[in-house]
Design a protein around this ligand. Structure first.
Ligand code: GDP
Length: 326
């Protein structure tokens, strides 16, 4: 696509918050073509000074927990309050299926109709790491276009949550009230990433059950913490994305977490680390892509694969052989 792009015009369009330009810029940064990568780097460089002021929030939860309903409601409340809200997504299932569900406009109808919102589904090409890096870059583009809240949606399946946590300030987990051990439904590794938990669908007959679940979860969580004042205590709230009840309180908890980060100097440190990580991951990604495209590697791989599979050659010897190919 690079041949058709006039970079200064595209940068001006993004900065002027022209929606078509924002969409085109995101397509550019998502592109896996080598010549687009250089242009994408120049684009991000040109807008870098205009990024960094948004509130960046990751939102996760198992399919059906009510993420899109919640984001539609939260986003609508925020835009009505004068914010400009961008919704991005990291959808690991799109990597395999080629189609993406998260961040789909039809799932967030009210928000999609707002002039103050921009919704972008998950990129669906490449590895999870590639998709996550595209989303980081898309975040820069929407921030440069003046969106002051960026919500990054993902599903509760491990690696994608780690990827999203590494690009946001605050990580919000939506959970459901379950009887029995509340921690069981939430994987341990995820608790380490989470800053705010909201037990969703706390409406109708389920409100009391949700509050009970939230209390139990809260005490279980704080048993694990060490009582250190400088450490953020993960609040567990209840809300209903459907009715909007409790959603402002969940947002306030997100802002409180961010304020805590700012006060402790954690925001700057966290974002700095995230930028370094992004750089290193980009290098790794490009090296692997370049390696996989080497003619010598392409030529040798099928035979080496067979010989390793058959036990004729050790994996290490085969790896040495591949690495020596140009
Ligand atoms: P997602 O897969 O996490 O994005 O979940 P959805 O937002 O698509 O919601 C899944 C189902 O739960 C839909 O049938 C919604 O109508 C319903 N739902 C979502 N939020 C709520 C809520 O707050 N309360 C109730 N009662 N139902 C909800």
């Amino acid at each position: 696509m690079s041949r058709r792009i006039d970079l200064p015009v595209l940068v001006d369009g993004v900065v002027a918050a022209d929606r078509a330009s924002v969409a085109r810029a995101i397509t550019l940064v998502e592109s896996s073509r080598a010549d687009d990568a250089a242009l994408a780097a120049r684009l991000l460089d040109a807008v870098q000074d205009r990024t960094g002021t948004a509130v960046r929030v990751g939102i996760s939860g198992v399919p059906g927990v009510g993420k899109s309903t919640f984001i539609d409601e939260l986003g609508t409340q925020l835009t009505q309050g004068g914010s400009k809200v961008a919704v991005l997504a990291v959808d690991p299932s799109s990597v395999r299926s080629g189609g993406s569900v998260l961040g789909d406009k039809t799932r967030m109808e009210r928000l999609a109709a707002s002039d103050s919102a921009f919704i972008r589904p998950s990129p669906s090409a490449g590895t999870l790491g590639g998709v996550a890096r595209s989303t980081r870059a898309a975040m820069m583009v929407v921030e440069a276009a003046g969106f002051d809240v960026v919500l990054v949606e993902t599903v509760g399946v491990g690696q994608s949550e780690v990827a999203v946590a590494s690009m946001v300030d605050t990580f919000l987990l939506l959970a459901l009230a379950r009887t029995g051990d509340q921690l069981q439904g939430i994987k341990k590794g995820i608790l380490e990433l989470v800053d705010v938990i909201a037990v969703n669908k706390a409406d109708d007959d389920h409100a009391a059950e949700a509050r009970k679940a939230a209390r139990e979860l809260s005490s279980a969580l704080h048993l694990l913490s060490h009582g250190d004042e400088s450490v953020w205590r993960v609040p567990v709230l209840t809300c209903s994305g459907l009715t909007g009840t409790g959603v402002p309180e969940v947002w306030q908890a997100v802002l409180d977490h961010r304020a805590h980060l700012v006060e402790t100097g954690g925001l700057e440190r966290q974002r700095g680390e995230q930028q370094v990580e992004w750089m290193l991951e980009t290098v790794q990604d490009r090296l692997i892509t370049q390696f996989n495209r080497r003619p010598g590697v392409v030529a040798a791989l099928p035979d080496l694969r067979e010989r390793v599979r058959a036990g004729e050659l050790s994996p290490l010897a085969a790896a040495e052989e591949l690495l020596s190919r140009r």
